[in-house]
Design a protein around this ligand. Structure first.
Ligand code: AP5
Length: 213
């Protein structure tokens, strides 16, 4: 299955993306993760993206398209993928459609996560991530220890209040119109209430997608 996850920052795309990928036996492709890893490694792509990401703006569409093309063309994605935060502008939606058409692969669904702004701010302002394995946590202080790998928890630069405000505005301005783009394109749009325990959100997502595994 090939599924695009759409939703504002903090909606749980990364969290649910991992769970859906494990359930469906396909990889999760996250442009945010690819870019953050490029920043950590200090590659030219990472160095160019860092300031843009830190203030919560979007990196250029051509950078994203080259990440998507590589990831979807890889053997690991031959049976599908969960695309987490990959499509954030109308040109990216059109670019993904072109890549999928070249690969002769259908897009099965666009899963839209709905969460109120106050809850998004609460989640992001309380988030820390493991600097080693990148697992996100809510309500743990920076400097605490990751339960999964023993790494140190840190706060993402773009989770500072000013960057969060900008990310929410960027989502409304540049990403929300992508939903209409997909509607016009005839994609299967599936909207879920993404508030509640991660297990209940996953159940809602699977049932809305019609997956019984
Ligand atoms: P990216 O990493 O994709 O960030 P984002 O979309 O802002 O998403 P987040 O990771 O903040 O949130 P999420 O929805 O994944 O939620 P999560 O599961 O982490 O992108 C970062 C930056 O990279 C962008 O700003 C941009 O600069 C650049 N970029 C990336 N892709 C791009 C593209 N295509 N085009 C251009 N630029 C691009 O959860 C959030 C928190 O909530 C966590 O603490 C989690 O534990 C918690 N949580 C999750 N589920 C629940 C729940 N059900 N209840 C309570 N808490 C929950």
């Amino acid at each position: 299955m090939l599924i695009v996850l759409l939703g504002p920052p903090g909606a749980g795309k990364g969290t649910q993306g991992d769970l859906l990928a494990a359930k469906l036996g396909v990889p999760k492709i996250s442009t945010g993760d690819v870019l953050r890893s490029a920043v950590r490694e200090g590659t030219p792509r990472g160095l160019a993206a860092k300031a843009v990401m830190d203030r919560g703006d979007l990196v250029p569409d051509d950078v994203i398209m080259s990440i998507i093309k590589d990831a979807l063309g890889a053997p690991a994605a031959a049976n599908g993928a969960i695309l987490d935060g990959v499509v954030r502008t109308e040109p990216q939606a059109a670019g993904l459609a072109r890549v999928l058409s070249e690969l002769r692969r259908p897009l099965d669904a666009v899963l839209i996560f709905e969460v109120a702004d106050e809850e998004l701010v609460r989640r992001l302002s309380g988030r820390t991530v493991c600097e080693s394995c990148q697992t996100p946590y809510t309500g743990r202080e920076p400097g605490s220890t990751c339960e999964k790998c023993g790494g140190r928890l840190v706060r993402r630069k773009d989770d500072e209040p000013e960057a969060v405000r900008n990310r929410l505005a960027v989502y409304q301005r540049q990403t929300a119109p992508v939903i209409e783009w997909y509607r016009k394109d005839g994609a299967r749009l599936v909207t879920i209430d993404a508030v509640g325990s991660t297990e209940s959100v996953l159940r809602r997502a699977l049932s809305a997608l019609g997956v019984n595994r």
